[in-house]
Design a protein around this ligand. Structure first.
Ligand SMILES: [Zn+2]
Length: 353
């Protein structure tokens, strides 16, 4: 892409800011959390024993430090725009502002959404919808979030779609990640529009009809043992996300490529690179950011086989927010110390939920 960079007026060894098209910043403090009481044996077990316990233990302070840490880690890997999907059932109101403020402090762009769900009863769904509406009507950049069709009533799905249409934004929703959600397409297809983000699509049947961009999260899908989405089969646009496992998008690109190649020996890195580039359609502002990498050959074939490439300098909206590999607006070490303290408190609360 050196010649591409030059054609776009950028120096060799640079790219625009990378986009993580699906993240859960709240998961940044999950690392080193106590092991669940028994070993999860499938996708719904993983949700119930790990993630749905962690999200109930979140309060606004732990949300703040998870977002600070997640934003720092994104910037340190050249990701300047995060499309986040958040859930904190015991701390819903104001949670999206906390995430947006933390990212702004670090200098990373963020699109926020609160994942509505009926798994805590209709009042939980109503409060989740209200948080999306409050944040978006106040001018926050974001989308309307839905957890997934299988944890939502038809009324909640329709309410989220209606709010998104009223506000002129899309819906950000997990779709067919596990077999438990294989019926999602039938329920969502009357509602979905091209500006929706359809996350995973692992168990979408061939020939499904559902409008939106599919976000492929290969590392997370492998980690949850849900199967391979085979994104090359989709007719929708496809972008790349991490599903909360950091925001190292060059690394996610490599995993996406090698998973594709494992499935189809004729696959080339250009497909996974196109999925990475689709992030700029979702978050066009990141296209104006400039990342200068530690390696000159920032093209798909070189980067697929060159590990450890990192950013030296990152400019967001003309401001240098990373210099010599270090964030300039915040002290990254201090953020890590505060996040570790907050993680200890969060993990202690897990025993109570
Ligand atoms: Zn997710």
């Amino acid at each position: 892409m050196s010649s591409e960079a030059e054609a776009a007026g950028r120096p060799t060894g640079t790219t625009p800011g990378l986009v993580c098209a699906h993240h859960h910043l709240y998961s940044a403090l999950a690392r080193r959390m106590p092991a669940p009481q028994r070993t999860p044996t499938g996708f719904t077990d993983i949700l119930e024993l790990v993630w749905w316990r962690l999200d109930r233990a979140l309060d606004l302070e732990s949300i703040r430090w998870s977002a600070m840490l997640g934003a720092v880690e994104a910037l340190e890997r050249g990701c300047t725009a995060i499309i986040d999907h958040h859930e904190s059932p015991e701390a819903i109101e104001g949670s999206l502002d906390v995430i947006a403020d933390a990212c702004a402090e670090v200098g990373v762009r963020v699109s926020c959404s609160y994942g509505i769900t009926d798994r805590h009863g209709p009042d939980g769904a109503r409060r989740g919808l209200a948080e999306n509406e409050r944040y978006l009507r106040a001018g926050g950049r974001g989308m309307v979030g839905l957890h997934a069709a299988f944890t939502c009533t038809d009324d909640s799905l329709a309410a989220a779609a209606g709010l998104a249409a009223d506000l002129g934004v899309g819906v950000h929703v997990h779709v067919a990640e596990g077999l438990v959600d294989a019926g999602a397409a039938d329920r969502l297809s009357p509602l979905a529009t091209d500006d929706w983000l359809l996350v995973h699509g692992v168990h979408l049947a061939d020939g499904y009809e559902l409008a939106g961009t599919i976000v492929h999260n290969p590392r997370s899908n492998m980690n949850n043992s849900v199967g391979y989405a085979r994104p090359a089969r989709f007719t929708n646009p496809v972008a790349l996300g991490t599903d909360g496992i950091g925001a190292d998008m060059l690394d996610e690109f490599r995993v996406a490529y090698v998973r594709h190649r494992e499935d189809d020996v004729t696959a080339t890195p250009e497909s996974a690179w196109a999925w990475l580039e689709a992030g700029w359609d979702l978050f066009p502002e990141a296209g104006d950011d400039v990342v200068t990498w530690s390696y000159e050959h920032v093209d798909p074939w070189s980067l697929a086989f060159t590990t450890g490439v990192g950013p030296q300098t990152v400019e967001v909206a003309g401001e240098v927010v990373l210099a010599d590999g270090r964030p300039t607006r915040v002290d990254a070490e201090e953020v890590r110390v505060r996040a570790a303290e907050e993680a200890n408190r969060l993990h202690a609360r897990l025993g109570e939920v």
